[in-house]
Design a protein around this ligand. Sequence first.
Ligand SMILES: [Zn+2]
Length: 524
Amino acid sequence: MKQVYIYDTTLRDGTQREGISLSVADKLRITRLLDDLGVAYIEGGWPGSNPKDAAYFEAIQGITLKHARIAAFGSTCRKHSQPQDDENIRALVDAQTPVVTLVGKTSMLHVTEVLQTTPEENLRIIYDSVRYLKTLGKEVIYDAEHFFDGSKLDPHYALQTLQAAVDGGADWIVLCDTNGGSLPWEVTRLVEIVRAMFPETPLGIHTHNDAELAVANTLAAVQGGATQVQGTINGYGERCGNANLCSIIPDLEIKMGYYCVPEGALRHLTHLSRTVAEIANLAPDQHLAYVGKSAFAHKGGIHVAAIRRNVDSYQHIDPALVGNEMRILVSDLSGRGNVLSKAEEFGLDVTDAAAIRVLDKIKALENVGYVFEGAEASIAVRLYREQSDYRPLFTLIDFTVIVEDRRGRGQLAEAMVKIDLEGDVIHTAAEGNGPVNALDLALRKALIPRYPQLHDFQLADYKVRILDGANGTAATTRVLIDTQNGAKRWSTVGAGTNIIQASWLALVDSVEYGLKIAYDVVNV
Ligand SMILES: [Zn+2]
């Protein structure tokens, strides 16, 4: 099998995405995750650009990696200067990485308008910078910025810049679609031309997603003979993003027969994608190919019936290959088969008659504003309640919530909860930073003496959506609650015209799911 070397630039190009800011500790965590996946190169940052990246390169020296080589990124030296006198080049050397990735100008437009120098001086800059870093024993990856656009403008000059890097001793030439507007067939053709011209130097590809083609262009470059692929986890990057490695790696391995990461590592891809999203403080995109929560989710009744007969009938790969899983969505479209599949998924034994009862309830609840997609724990709880030996954890007697805004004291939210816990009446009160928080705390206070496991359950996310906006404050409110305990996370839903009541329903489902289904806590 032929190898394609994966070069990750999440920590440099990926952080150009709006809304991402990674601390040094975040970057080190992501580095370890990428190394565990087994990528060949990790670009840590641009040491000349900011002190945080310089701190990262200092910290990374104390860490032994299993697979990846760390690269520092920077540009060729300034015009009319020598690399050894150039501040940016010095920062690259000081980063003490085994690999340096140098970006240089390829397009005549950028040479004359942006760099404002002569074509000859640009060639000298490229040659001298690569040469200098080679004399210091670095592996040098040369990123030819705007290669594809530059080739359209002045193909002869674009190739001359590559020649300068090759003459300087570059170990790799990486062709960049910096503006992200190229088309796959153009990419294949140009990669083939470059490959024929420099048969001794391996080629790489760096694409952006401005025409929704970053992944396609990357695969097209590999078709043309590129053996290094640059990209980011989840496609994070400036504007519309970089090439998404979470799609490219499985495309190359599963569909094209290339070898990218060590044997068995592909199964960690889904976990890696979601963990990097969490570290970047972005909600994981449910609809990502291969690794998204919806990537193997089935909703239509006919699809689900077919999937129950043959699991491959409506999915392109076995989701387990990338560490993802198939999900059957239960919604008003669904049939009894969806409900039975869900029961199987949760390990619950449910009769056909019970499945029909649950389906009827789900349909009725969806009529009043519930949505069960993305709130699977609420379905599990409903299936669970249909079991013959079901006993509720507790029954609510009353709750009261008071919200006040008092002069001098500011806002105050307090909740009182009265429940029946197997014959005992428990009455608790708690203050919170808002009414739902107070209600959550009061309920926990009532239950924790009996179920200490609740200590470890955290409210991870709380989303409110107003349905039927025309009714103003009388509109229906849907509440989605995510609860977390370590790596386990589950979602529940509640709906109604009263936001507190809707929240209470979602809270009760969350507690019941967590204790009874996720952790199988037995009533004592
Ligand atoms: Zn880029």
